[in-house]
Write a protein that binds this ligand. Structure first.
Ligand code: SF4
Ligand code: SF4
Length: 355
């Protein structure tokens, strides 16, 4: 078991300086975010966030993950740019690059530039392994707005090598060089050996001047499992450290931690799109296959239909990014049809009209 004593030492003091330039960039970013939320509140006809995969290959092999392989090639840049342009035409406000490991894509900077060119906010989820000062500076230049790194433990183990010991130097590079916002996500659940590691990771993130969140590792179908006693204690402690990050979504997260279902309307396929390496739109990373339409053929009519489609997997879902996006429309009209997505068992979805 890893304990607080096992943290990499010595930890350097906070080194992220909020220079005038960084303050200005942060203010401009905030303004763009508020504008995007305003336009999402005004109209339901466009996606708010899309997650797009430029590379399914990953340099790691976390045992809980079903979103990677060790051999696939990068999506050709022309095809990536076409997909991004189409997301732009649909009016997508935030486009987040994920994987696999997106920093393995040889034309990553062009992808980020194109996202910004559509007017969208550019995000990236990475395991952080390839972050060096010059790589970070190039991400600055390309216009990256947000980066998220998920750190699963303090010391690498057989479940995950996304470890504070391995990544702490990368975090220091980020603190020194990144002009974009950095969030460090710690995790509990899913077979992580020491839940207490999440607290160490979160404290380190805050010490370096980043924001910090905590997530629950979901099972292969994206569905809920209640937290054990130790996990729950860590969850509460991390949330008390990072209270502001959670204020809006507290009730979702609380129910998940308690293993209770949530009453919410999943707007996947509408406000949130997951575009896989093959260019198909899926509800989310855990519900691949539906609607399964190529992004080039995805229309506003699809966005509208899915907005009104209730997903039967919603009550026990733990996918917080979709929760958060769907929260924008929490107050809006009920959904009028229902679908049972294929999930992990790859059964065909069943679409049922309910109103
Ligand atoms: S680093 Fe991310 S994409 Fe790669 S195996 Fe781990 S969780 Fe999956
Ligand atoms: S509720 Fe939505 S986000 Fe959650 S697993 Fe189902 S389709 Fe995916």
């Amino acid at each position: 078991m890893q304990t607080e004593n096992a943290a990499p030492k010595p930890l350097t003091p906070a080194i992220r300086k909020m220079t005038a330039r960084r303050r200005l960039l942060a203010a401009a970013r905030r303004f763009r975010e508020l504008t995007s939320i305003g336009s999402a509140l005004a109209s339901t006809s466009h996606p708010y966030m899309a997650q797009i995969v430029p590379m399914r290959r990953c340099n790691l092999a976390c045992t809980y993950c079903n979103e990677y392989d060790d051999s696939s090639k990068p999506v050709p840049i022309d095809e990536m740019l076409r997909r991004i342009d189409h997301l732009g035409r649909l009016g997508t406000a935030v486009i987040t690059i994920s994987g696999g490991e997106p920093t393995l894509h040889p034309e990553l900077d062009d992808i980020i530039r194109r996202i910004r060119k559509t007017g969208a906010i550019a995000g990236m989820i990475t395991n952080g392994y390839f972050l060096m000062p010059d790589r970070i500076e190039r991400l600055n230049k390309a216009g990256l707005d947000h980066m998220q790194i998920s750190i699963d433990n303090v010391m690498p183990d057989e479940v995950s090598k996304k470890s504070l010991k391995v990544l702490d130097k990368k975090l220091q590079f980020l603190a020194e060089h990144a002009d974009f916002h950095v969030n460090i996500n710690s995790v509990v659940g899913g077979g992580t050996a020491s839940p207490e590691d999440a607290l160490i990771v979160s404290k380190r993130a805050l010490e370096l001047g980043f924001s910090s969140t905590i997530g629950i590792i979901h099972d292969g179908s994206g569905q809920l499992k209640p937290l054990g006693e130790r996990e729950r204690k860590v969850w509460d402690e991390v949330r008390s450290l990072t209270r502001r990050s959670y204020s809006r979504f507290n009730h979702f997260q609380e129910a998940i931690a308690n293993g209770l279902p949530n009453d919410w309307r999943c707007r996947a396929g509408s406000r949130y799109l997951y575009v896989c390496e093959n260019g198909l739109v899926h509800y989310c990373s855990q519900q691949r296959g539906f609607p399964g339409v190529p992004i080039a053929e995805y229309t506003r009519a699809d966005v509208k239909r899915e907005f009104l489609t209730e997903k039967s997997c919603a009550p026990n879902c733990t996918i917080s990014c979709v929760h958060q996006v769907s929260y924008i429309d929490h107050w809006r009209a009920p959904q009028t049809s229902q679908v049972t997505p294929p999930g992990a068992n790859h059964e065909q979805p069943e679409l049922v009209q309910i109103r």
